[in-house]
Ligand binder design. Sequence first.
Ligand code: KG4
Ligand code: ZN
Length: 340
Amino acid sequence: MNSQDIFILAIESSCDDTSAAVLHNDKVLSNVVANQHIHEAYGGVVPELASRAHQQNIVPVVHQALAKANIDKNSLSAIAFTRGPGLMGSLLVGTSFAKSLSLGLGVPLIEVNHMQAHILAHFIEDPEMAKPEFPFLAVTISGGHTQIVRVMDYFEMEVIGETIDDAVGEAFDKSAKILGLPYPGGPLIDKNAAQGDPKTFEFPIPKVGGLDFSFSGFKTSVLYFIQKEVEKDPDFIEHHMNDICASIQDTIIRILMKKIKKAVKETGIRKVAIGGGVSANSGIRKAMQDAEKELGWQTFIPKFEYTTDNAAMIGIVGYHKYLKGDFTDETIAAKARFSI
Ligand code: KG4
Ligand code: ZN
């Protein structure tokens, strides 16, 4: 081992996934994620239950991450953790655990902004992933976030557009709920959409200024449409499930692409990197690939395991902060609202 060997243990607990990862420099040795299935019964994340599940999961998940990486805790160079943004009760579990471990081991503590981590996930060293060059545009789309960010350097980022209400993942999940699909409904809409015709039904594209997004009106328009049709045909959803899903997905993608194209035009930056759970959507992936072919963009889509909430992305931020000597002390507190 030499001074180039930096081992970071990273912890993520901002929402409903408890995750721990070990990185050797910018390579991921392990990335363990415990999903919380308890929320499925409630049709969405219940914050109180999420905190309790994190409490139960955190120690076994960290043990597993260390075991899979084959690293002894005494070899760790630093502990990185998600400080925010996220659910306060969830963040407290990871923050308190990370602080205690760093004190116990006598190694530095590194605070990480979850949104920066979704973006810097593109810099994980992996043969299946290309790293974007600065400057680029990052589009983070998930159940909790929808942002377009101008990324000038690792820690020089500016949010140039974001949702003014629901996140795009919520638009998928809430539409799915209206159709009677279980939570999280995004992947199910994607699956059904593959068998449907996106031109069958039309939903309005919201009018929002600049590079911002709005999805709450979209969800309401889906609700009213379904209520109206079900009055005429009680089995409307069953008869048209695939076409409804395809039409919903197509509209959401048109809303996203319209603003991404506007952002490229306004900034002159033609490199676009997407991240967050919704970047798993086959429609958005195709739209990005089409933009690459037709508009000459360079697009970057990380491996699926690094797009949804995970600790490896916290670890890569931890690594870059370690190189800068950017450490924090044990008085640090979790921050539910935390801008980039
Ligand atoms: O990043 P993530 O795992 O967690 C956060 O919300 O931060 O994202 C989860 C979101 C959910 O809303 C889920 O429905 C959505 O990502 N999602 C999808 C797909 N896979 C996951 N939405 C549309 N199509 C998919 N294939
Ligand atoms: Zn996230």
